[in-house]
Design a protein around this ligand. Structure first.
Ligand code: SF4
Ligand code: SF4
Length: 380
């Protein structure tokens, strides 16, 4: 999530609104955050003001974050939704023009994955309130994609179902991706309730990390998870929810990529999509880097075999988060630009690469990068 800091005009409670760079009629200002360097009485009525000028505390002015660095202002875009707090922090909750925005419902999770980039936390109901407020502000705007995420977003079933219902009703044209471990979907009551929702364009993106129960359970840090996730996938399929299987490649499972692809074909051939992902070395993954990280260059052949095996059988398969120069030539066509724009970066050596435009690049948040990055040239 993009974060900008400045100096608050006073200590005030967090507000959430839509950023505008335009002066609006007074009656349209109540849920807008004005970004301006002309801080005057014309700022009255806005929810908050953001500025590079020093903060001013006046009876006529709304809450203000001033003294924002000029270099940071690039991420304060007209139409984005932000939370502004009295600590001087501005969080961009929904980035205008981005296709990779998400609604974070909780940081709590029923797994403890050894490569989790975002360590699970105790559930904070404020996150659900924030997601609800973001949806309020998005009402009436045309959206192509909405991602619902956590932690485990289905953990608090009613919250999740309410958010999904609103996504369907208020954004019927949007593709809704739900990032989940699907354990909750093995609960008959939950899946029945979910199935009564009017249908939207949903995809349940389910993480599954091995064809061997013990390996999967060890990776996700919770015994019995393999059985629950497998049952969850079948429940979703029974009610005809589109499913994407997401497989994070790491030291624990890279040697079985071919076997894993065979397992997908035999047990889950009904899924809409299969994604093989390189790791983001952040959070728990960073702490456990020595035991989980493997350079994508070291499993090129294994990944090639798995991808081609699924593709030859007519299944839709992709490679996520893996720079093109680390993919075997035969599977570069399956690579997608999968890294969210706010944390997407390239290295210096990428400047001379002919494939930079179609490459996913790197996570700026990753503590480790491959040692095998080398520009792709026509003669390669
Ligand atoms: S990676 Fe996902 S399923 Fe695993 S602990 Fe983190 S949030 Fe939970
Ligand atoms: S050199 Fe950089 S841009 Fe080119 S394929 Fe590798 S990572 Fe991508």
């Amino acid at each position: 999530m993009l974060r900008v800091t400045g100096r608050p005009s006073s200590s005030f409670a967090t507000v959430i609104g839509e950023i505008t760079v335009q002066r609006l009629p007074f009656y349209e200002r109540h849920d807008k955050i004005l970004f301006t360097d002309a801080v005057d009485r014309g700022c009255m009525g806005y929810l908050a003001v953001l500025s590079t000028t020093p903060p001013k505390d006046s009876l006529f002015l709304p809450h203000m974050i001033g003294g924002i660095c000029a270099e940071d202002t690039a991420c304060i875009r007209h139409g984005s939704i932000a939370s502004v707090s009295g600590t001087g922090e501005v969080l961009i909750l929904w980035e205008s023009g981005s296709q990779q925005n998400s609604l974070l419902l909780t940081e709590a999770c029923n797994c403890r994955c050894v490569m989790c980039p975002q360590p699970p936390n105790k559930h904070d109901p404020a996150l659900f309130a924030t997601a609800t407020r973001v949806l309020d502000l998005l009402k009436g705007k045309p959206l192509e994609n909405i991602c619902i995420t956590g932690g485990e977003p289905t953990l608090f079933a009613d919250n999740f179902i309410n958010i999904l219902r609103r996504c369907h009703a208020e954004h019927p044209g949007a593709q809704v991706s739900i990032l989940t471990n699907a354990k909750k979907c093995s609960d008959g009551e939950f899946i029945k309730k979910l199935s009564t929702l009017p249908r939207g364009n949903d995809t349940f993106c389910v993480s599954l990390h091995s064809d061997i129960p013990e390996i999967h359970d060890e990776i996700v840090g919770a015994k019995g998870s393999y059985d629950e996730t497998q049952a969850g996938i079948y429940s979703l399929a029974q009610y005809r929810f589109p499913i994407e299987i997401r497989h994070v490649v790491m030291k624990q499972n890279y040697s079985r990529l071919k076997e894993f692809s065979e397992y997908l074909y035999r047990y889950f051939p009904f899924c809409a999509h299969y994604a093989f992902m390189s790791m983001e070395i952040h959070g728990v993954a960073d702490v456990n880097a020595t035991s989980v990280y493997i350079d994508p260059a070291d499993y090129q052949q294994n990944l090639r075999s798995a991808i081609l095996a699924l593709s030859k059988r007519g299944l839709h398969v992709s490679v996520y988060n893996t720079p093109l120069c680390l993919c075997h030539k035969d599977i570069r066509a399956f690579s997608r630009q999968s890294i969210s724009s706010w944390k997407n970066t390239f290295l210096e050596q990428c400047d001379g690469c002919e494939e930079k435009e179609s490459c996913c690049g790197f996570f700026s948040t990753s503590a480790l990068q491959s040692n095998h990055i080398s520009p792709i040239m026509s003669q390669c």
